[in-house]
Design a protein around this ligand. Structure first.
Ligand code: ASP
Length: 331
């Protein structure tokens, strides 16, 4: 296991499999009345978030708490960063207190890589700019596998605002490593530059035609999973599409598209990393459909983050503590 989790590229297929397998055990903790295992007793985890978050921050906090770590949340607005302190000074200050892990979300792509060079603590990337969001990709893989079985040979279409999405970058790496076929779908204005070269190198397909892909276009095969991405208005400086209505007509998972899709394949699964723009990239019907895994993804987020914290912080020594309760087990 690597010392830090900065990118999905840090994890080979074996490491991904190990994290997903441990997440299955961690998921059981969620069903217990007493949600507490001693695995990370005595460890301190700081969640340092310079961008807003509901799911990621709270699930990292819950994950740490359920494993008996001391977890502390610091937001950019509530830290000395708002007084002009540099990121380097902020993280070195926190590190000097002797913390074990820093979970960081930052608006700048590459910020977590820089932090990892400045601190002794383990660093976990909880989203850096438009670069990566590795724990999101892990929880997506975990959620899809629970419904579809192995992702080897499955066809996943990822649709929407690819240019601004760190989720798609991490998912491309993990899905390909798990053996899935991937087709990316977006209007030409939301296809990141250089994606063609990446697609040729890593063997995934690109399309501007959502309906064609939903009917089995793209890599030429019917899709098993559809991942809708949020239109990230906060990262858009210009007009990437004429109007929201036109975006929805071309690239939204509308009620009509959902009906066609589920007629073709009732077993298809629909994912969205959240937060959703209902009515823009995904209709309420699709978000709440039986095929939607949106809340399963949230639930898996805690288990997967427990697994990541466990593998980075506790390592082999405490393996016997996984799944143990507080009573009668050593830390
Ligand atoms: N929650 C994800 C992220 O932080 C996706 C999104 O915000 O659209 O990147």
């Amino acid at each position: 296991m690597p010392r830090h989790l900065l990118s999905m590229a840090d994890l080979d297929a074996t490491a991904i499999r190990t994290i997903l397998d441990t997440a299955t055990q961690m998921h059981d903790v969620q069903k217990r009345e007493v949600k507490k295992i001693p695995t990370l007793r005595g460890r301190t985890i700081i969640n340092l978030f310079f961008e807003d978050s509901t799911r990621t921050r709270s699930s990292f906090e819950i994950a740490g708490k359920w494993m008996s770590a001391d977890t502390i949340n610091i937001t950019g607005k509530g830290s000395s960063a708002s007084k002009g302190e540099s990121l380097r000074d902020t993280v070195r200050t926190i590190d000097a207190m002797g913390v074990d892990a820093l979970v960081i979300r930052h608006g700048a792509s590459g910020a977590c890589h820089q932090v990892a060079g400045w601190v002794d603590a383990h660093v976990i990337n909880a989203g850096d700019g438009t670069h990566e969001h590795p724990t999101q990709a892990l929880l997506d893989a975990y959620t899809m596998e629970r419904r579809l079985g192995s992702l080897e040979g499955k066809h996943v279409a990822i649709v929407g605002d690819l240019t601004h999405s760190r989720v798609v970058r991490s998912n491309l790496i993990s899905l390909r490593r798990l053996g899935a076929d991937v087709t990316l779908v977006a209007p030409p204005t939301l296809m990141p530059s250089g994606i063609q070269t990446w697609a040729e190198r890593d063997g995934f397909a690109l399309s501007h035609d959502l309906d064609g892909v939903l009917q089995g276009g793209g890599s030429g095969r019917p899709i098993d999973a559809l991942m809708m991405l949020r239109v990230q208005k906060e990262r858009m400086s210009g007009g990437y599409f004429p109007t929201p209505r036109e975006y929805t007509v071309g690239y939204g998972l509308t009620r009509d598209r959902l009906a066609r899709l589920t007629d073709q394949n009732p077993e298809i699964v629909i994912c969205h990393p959240g937060p959703m723009n209902r009515g823009l990239e995904i209709s309420a019907d699709a978000a709440d459909a039986a095929q939607s895994l949106v809340l399963d993804q949230v639930s898996a987020g805690v288990a997967v983050r427990m697994s990541v914290l466990y593998h980075l912080l506790a390592g082999e020594e405490s393996a016997t503590n996984v799944g143990a309760t507080n009573e009668g087990s050593a830390a």
